[in-house]
Design a protein around this ligand. Sequence first.
Ligand SMILES: *Cc1c(COP(=O)(O)O)cnc(C)c1O
Length: 367
Amino acid sequence: MWSKVPDNPYLLLTPGPLSTSKKVRAAMLRDWCTWDDDYNIDVVEDIRRRLVRYATSSPDDYTAVLMQGSGSFGVEACLGTAVPGSGKLLLIANGAYGMRMVRFMETMGRSFRLLSFDETEQADPEAVKGVLNEDTAITHVAVVFCETTTGILNPVERICSLAKKMGKATIVDAMSAFGGIPMDMEKMGIDYMISSSNKCVQGVPGFSFVIARKSELEKCEGNAHSYSLDLYDQWKTMDGKGKWRFTSPTHTVRAFQQALNELDEEGGIEKRYGRYSENQRILSEGMDALGYRPLLPQSVQSPIITAFMYPYEDFDFGKFYRAMKSRGFVLYPGKVSKAETFRIGNIGEIYPEDIKRLLKTIEEVKI
Ligand SMILES: *Cc1c(COP(=O)(O)O)cnc(C)c1O
């Protein structure tokens, strides 16, 4: 069937939406009714169960709630539902996605404290501990797993386990990490983790999901700042029944199930992490040989996306971008405030051979 699906004109070397397989796209070529078991149970409930199993070794203690909209809708739903009006959130930020959480909290009018770090620096668990010791009003802690702004990894396990020891609930934006980096929410001390359909699971855009510790989410009835973004209500409607409160993005959801099948076939998250890491290694070594320096030291670099410095002062990224796109590769502009950078993603239906072709093409275009 998928032979009829058109091919992509270029590879997306971006942090999402990203290049998907033909079978994932082909899975969208039929319609579904949202009141029958063949969608609600066989697709939605199946996905929820499998997500929890991928997220933790204690699946009985966690649940997955799917939410319409892109990843940001999931983050806003999670913050607004998990942190009550009487609570206070410690927000840890070292990039644009950490700062986006600040905007959500400000807009919702909820109480928070910001602990920020330089964009090229990991969040420091000792500093987190210091703030938690000093500000006892804090009830929740939120951090970004892989800050896609730069591709930096944060020490999520150290931060979350110390926060848990101090009695705080923990929220992790693992948008660009889940599915591509092995993690065990229970072992890492994570209560809520947010990701979306179009990142490392390699589905198409359209919904986000929150994997939550049931005993925490159970406390959240009536907390939400918004009617449609009420994660608790969405959970209670969906759980066991596969029903979404409002129209469900059926085609995207079915494509996501196919993406999970392909994650299984690849051998799971550990194997996918291996492929992404190999992509990243070949990319950074090859770029180095071509004279492009990475923004981050390799010790804090994720296998998800890599930021490169402009190779010389008047580097014309627009020209480079167009030359690369016409040769089949879409790159990504930079987002760092203090340096001129561009980014190359390693995630999606991308293999070491693609990265090798990419490097050869970069060498040829000579911008
Ligand atoms: C992609 C991403 C998001 C969500 O962005 P959307 O544009 O809403 O999909 C949030 N956090 C991180 C770290 C991301 O990489």
